[in-house]
Ligand binder design. Structure first.
Ligand SMILES: Cc1cc2nc3c(=O)[nH]c(=O)nc-3n(C[C@H](O)[C@H](O)[C@H](O)COP(=O)(O)OP(=O)(O)OC[C@H]3O[C@@H](n4cnc5c(N)ncnc54)[C@H](O)[C@@H]3O)c2cc1C
Length: 375
């Protein structure tokens, strides 16, 4: 049987950030990923936006960790030369009825410590983005974009240089607690190996519930339900008509079909929200017309023939259709009663932005570092 001080399950951006943080703190850490390469699921299927932190309820983990994580992430990208751009974002009211929503964003943002929002008139918006129509807007200068793959590679590099180990094609199939230590069973290349570890982190994303269910003796009532919500993206062929991120007001489980830019200046629209039962990344091209209708509310000149199917991502939600959005669920021993175990559920957006702050939170929950100061 092999031993490690900590095992982190899941090599998405969250598992990578957590494993890196623990290794830097001097914990001998083993990161196990089921797929052949890290970040094969949600961490490679998102908008790559560094969010400011203006939507989330004040005091929630999403709000605290987004604001703190955004600052950490910009610093990290700058220090490590990871491609990123603080390109800013417009949030649009396209009808009189949506003005109140913009006001509520301003209020929430201020309470969350996001104090750089600027109100814009339609003519201000025309000066910035001539193709866009609205009745009022907000400008968020601290929103940006990053190369999420470069970021994950860098986290993996940090893990290795801090003495941590990464194993791919290594699927955790079962764990149990014996005399205060975890026995973890791992399927790798047709063989099952056994590991012993003091600390265990479940960062398995969409599979976090299934992984927790495989922990013998963990109270099942602590495992939240899973409500996967697929988001489709369509790309815009040809010359980009936008220079900034452009968001309508949020609704229906997502942030609305918005415009994001990649670092090469390419435009993509999305993601929409489709509640699903099984994990399936196929793209439903029949959604093009619904996309066109949503996009034309703020970009009336859209040529629908330029919309091309892009990709999909699946949000690991823990609140279902019609329910109030759930917060990140970070369950430590105080919540589930297992010493040395942290389960992470519902790490949807802004998980990428919050990843470094979330890693600190997990390290603190395991008693490895002191609890980080609040924003
Ligand atoms: C459509 C969409 C858009 C988004 N846009 C943004 C955005 O613009 N900005 C932002 O901040 N956030 C965004 N997010 C959120 C962000 O992408 C996620 O919060 C983040 O990627 C979650 O990372 P993760 O590591 O928890 O999950 P994942 O990336 O899914 O990683 C989990 C890993 O666990 C592995 N695994 C599962 N089971 C096992 C097992 N038994 N043993 C070993 N390994 C296992 C999987 O193979 C997987 O690699 C978006 C999300 C979606 C879906």
């Amino acid at each position: 049987m092999e031993r490690a001080d900590c095992i982190v399950i899941g090599g998405g951006v969250i598992g990578l950030a957590v494993a890196r943080r623990l290794a830097i703190a001097g914990v001998e850490t083993l990161l196990l990923e089921r797929e052949a390469v890290p970040g094969s699921h949600t961490s490679s299927r998102n908008s790559e936006v560094i969010h400011a932190g203006l939507y989330y309820p004040t005091g929630s983990c999403k709000a605290r960790l987004c604001v703190r994580g955004r600052q950490q992430l910009y610093r990290y990208c700058q220090d490590r030369g990871i491609a990123h751009r603080r390109c800013g974002k417009l949030i649009l009211a396209v009808s009189e009825g949506e003005r109140a929503t913009l006001q509520s964003y301003c209020d929430t943002a201020r309470r969350n410590g996001v104090i750089d929002l600027v109100r814009l008139t339609p003519s201000d918006v025309t000066a910035l983005e001539p193709a866009v129509r609205c009745v009022a807007a907000l400008w968020s200068p601290s929103t940006g974009i990053l190369d999420s793959h470069g970021y994950m590679q860098s986290l993996l590099g940090d893990l290795a240089t801090s003495g941590g180990t990464f194993a791919c094609r290594a699927e955790v199939v079962h764990a149990r607690l014996e005399r205060g230590r975890h026995r973890v069973f791992v399927q790798q290349g047709g063989a099952c190996s056994e590991f012993e570890t003091r600390l265990l982190v479940n960062a398995a994303g969409l599979d976090a519930q299934a992984v927790a269910q495989s922990f013998a003796g963990l109270d099942p009532s602590t495992i939240p339900p899973r409500y996967p919500a697929k988001g489709h993206y369509f790309t815009l062929q040809g010359r980009a008509p936008f220079h900034h991120l452009i968001y309508p007001v949020a609704g229906g489980g997502g942030l609305g079909i918005h415009v994001t830019l990649d670092l090469a200046g390419g435009v993509r629209f999305g993601p929409d929200v489709e509640w699903i039962l099984e994990i399936d990344y196929s793209i439903d091209e029949s959604r093009r017309d619904a996309f066109a209708t949503a996009i034309r509310r703020y970009y009336p000149d859209l040529d629908v023939a330029r919309l091309q199917p892009g990709y999909t991502g699946i949000r690991p939600k823990i609140a279902g259709p019609g329910e109030r959005a759930a917060d990140f669920c970070i369950q430590g021993p105080a919540e589930h009663g297992w010493p040395g175990l942290v389960n992470l559920y519902g790490i949807e957006s802004p998980g990428l932005t919050a990843s470094l702050a979330l890693a600190d939170e997990v390290a603190a929950a395991l008693g490895v570092i002191a609890a980080p100061a609040d924003n």
